[in-house]
Each structure stands twice: as structure tokens, then as C-alpha cells.
Design a protein around this ligand. Structure first.
Ligand SMILES: [Zn+2]
Ligand SMILES: [Zn+2]
Length: 347
């Protein structure tokens, strides 16, 4: 028996989201039924609901920053039981047998992972995300939210947290390393908190100095405006790692000039259009231009445990579901400090 649950969905590309109902599959042998408590609004929800990243599946229930409580488990479930505090991030399945899945890199599954929404699951049914009352997910794609983390500030960690934690770890952010976080929004503010907790010297590169006080309060050592050309002179050759959370077009050559020899510029934000690059910008100084996408399930659990240990949650603005469309406009104009989180009780 499927379960009918209330949700907020975009009926078509670029259409406003509206309240509706969806069906959740029967709880299978290895499934967990989760009462969703909070769902973060990620910029990629907007990209997808508006088909900025290509053709999408409608109606669409976005949301891949999900925090809730287990209410029922299948007979074969061993990791969770009713009452457990859990999270679901950007994927709900993968092939589980390719070399990347074997290595705990399900996000890079060679057959493609199954997105939490705007995807088809293994039975060919569309997946629906977190802007809803309940979700059914295989326990292998569910993570535990430690008791030390409140569910509302934990929700954004499931995308914004892991998307910044994974590359910071991979490129060895830590003591003695100079890390710049480019963009100070939903992803960027988590990047600053995590890089600081890892022990790196952290610089924020933001368009303006408007959020400087917040940046320094949340763990940045320095804060510069990229709209000021002097920033590029002053910081030339400074950083071991630049983590770009920006999804708008960038002057990559200018930012690559801020790296030290062997430094890496890592993109976690994705502009909708291809970018231009002068390859001499990476040849001189043996620099790396790279990308990184979320993290595997094991690493997502590690990130949540790390955040609980260091008292790191997201800075959030809690909203009612009826405010989702207004929140989307505010995200697009960078008017949020720093993540909207939907109280799903209001759906
Ligand atoms: Zn996201
Ligand atoms: Zn795989």
C-alpha cells in the first residue's frame, strides 16, 4: 500500500510551487519511513524547478536537505528503528556494485546515482524530495543525525555541509593551509565553518563586504570583496585551495592567479553556461582546476559526526511552506542568511 502525503510541487518548469499530494511507496524490506521535520532550500532546487540545468521531470517536489524522525522500518532494516533522528541528502540509491560504489563514492556511481528528486528510481517511478510530510528511503542511503545537532540546523548539512566538507577533506584543508571560500551564501558559510574547524586559515572572497561581520563571526580570518580590483593584487599567489560555491559565471583566470604553486581551484557551484579559460592560468604554477560533487554516504555520516562534535549547524531562516516561492526569489537575489529551511509541519 502506498501512502498519500502532502507536498509542495512545481507543476511545470518555472511555475510557482503549490500544495499537492504525492504517493510514497510501500515500506519495503530494507526501507525506512521518515517523518520529515525540516527541509532546506538549496539553490539547485531552483535550477532544477526552472530547468536551468536541462530538461526535468514534472510535477517536481524539490528538496534534498532532509531531516526527520524514523516512524517505521522494513523487516530487513538493521541500522535504524522508529524514533531515530535521521537525514537524507541528494541521492536515494545507486548501482551499489561499480568501483565507485564499492569505494563509498556513490555520488559518482558509474551508472549514475538516483537523485532524491527529479530522477527515476530503479522501478522507473519518479522520485520526490523533501518538501513533503514523509519519505521512504532504503536504509543504505539514510544517515544518522547525532543528538548534539538540532534537526532544523542539521537539514542543510545534507547538501551544503557535505558539498563543502568533502572537497575540503580531499584537498587537505587543515593547519598550515590557506583556504579561500568564494561566495558567502548557503554553501559558502558552511565552507567557512568547516574549514575553520579543520584548522585552516580561512579567507572569504565575496562580492562585497556586506556580510563581513558574519564571515568573521562564523570562522573566517580574513574577508575580501571581489568587486575591488585591489583584492586581486593583494592576494595574488596566496591560497592552497579556493573552494568556489558560486553558480554565476566567473573570471576563472583572475581567480586562478590567487593560487600558490600546486594550488587547486575547486568548483562546487555550477554555472548554467560553459565557462571560458586561458589554460596558461593553470600551466604557470602547476595549478589544478577541479570540481567536486556532494559526498558518499559514509563521508556524509562522517561530516554529520564532525559537525556535531564541533557544534556546527547551518545558519538558517525557518519558513512556512507557503513562503517557498518568495524564498526562491530571495535566494536568487542572495537575500538569505544563510539557508531557508521549511518547517514541514506547515505543509
Ligand atoms: Zn543541494
Ligand atoms: Zn555504482
Amino acid at each position: 500500500m502506498t501512502t498519500t502525503v502532502a507536498a509542495y510541487a512545481a507543476p511545470a518548469a518555472k511555475a510557482p510551487l503549490e500544495r499537492t499530494t504525492i504517493e510514497r511507496r510501500e515500506v519495503g524490506e530494507f526501507d525506512v519511513l521518515i517523518d520529515i521535520k525540516f527541509a532546506g532550500i538549496c539553490h539547485s532546487d531552483i535550477h532544477q524547478a526552472r530547468e536551468g540545468w536541462g530538461e526535468a521531470i514534472f510535477p517536481m517536489v524539490p528538496g534534498h536537505e532532509i531531516a526527520g524522525v524514523v516512524s517505521e522500518v522494513g523487516s530487513g532494516v538493521t541500522k535504524y528503528r522508529a524514533g531515530d533522528r535521521v537525514g537524507v541528502g541528494c541521492m536515494v540509491d545507486s548501482c551499489r556494485e561499480c568501483e565507485n560504489c564499492e569505494a563509498g563514492l556513490e555520488q559518482y556511481c558509474l551508472k549514475g546515482n538516483v537523485g532524491t528528486y527529479n530522477a527515476l528510481d530503479k522501478s522507473g517511478e519518479p522520485t520526490y524530495g523533501g518538501y513533503s510530510e514523509k519519505i521512504v528511503v532504503d536504509e543504505a542511503f539514510v544517515v544518522r543525525i547525532p543528538d548534539g545537532l538540532a534537526l532544523d540546523v542539521a537539514a542543510p548539512l545534507l547538501c551544503a555541509g557535505i558539498t563543502t566538507y568533502s572537497p575540503l577533506k580531499h584537498w587537505n584543508a587543515g593547519p598550515g593551509k590557506k583556504v579561500a571560500v568564494l561566495g558567502f551564501g548557503g554553501l559558502g558559510h558552511m565552507g567557512v565553518k568547516i574549514a575553520h574547524a579543520l584548522g585552516a586559515e580561512v579567507t572569504v572572497l565575496s562580492q562585497s563586504l556586506r556580510k563581513k561581520d558574519d564571515g568573521l563571526r562564523l570562522g573566517a580570518d580574513h574577508y575580501y570583496a571581489t568587486s575591488d580590483p585591489k583584492t586581486f593584487d593583494e592576494l595574488r599567489g596566496s591560497f592552497d585551495l579556493i573552494l568556489s560555491t558560486v553558480s554565476a559565471p566567473l573570471d576563472l583566470d583572475a581567480f586562478l592567479s590567487l593560487l600558490r604553486t600546486d594550488g587547486a581551484f575547486v568548483n562546487v557551484g555550477a554555472p548554467e553556461e560553459p565557462v571560458a579559460l586561458n589554460l596558461f592560468s593553470v600551466i604557470g604554477g602547476r595549478k589544478t582546476l577541479a570540481g567536486s560533487g556532494i559526498g558518499g554516504i559514509r563521508e556524509t555520516q562522517e561530516m554529520l559526526d564532525f559537525c556535531a562534535e564541533h557544534g556546527l549547524g547551518s545558519e538558517i531562516e525557518l519558513i512556512d511552506a507557503a513562503e517557498i516561492n518568495v524564498a526562491y526569489e530571495r535566494v536568487l537575489s542572495s537575500d538569505v542568511r544563510y539557508r531557508f529551511v521549511i518547517d514541514t509541519a506547515t505543509i
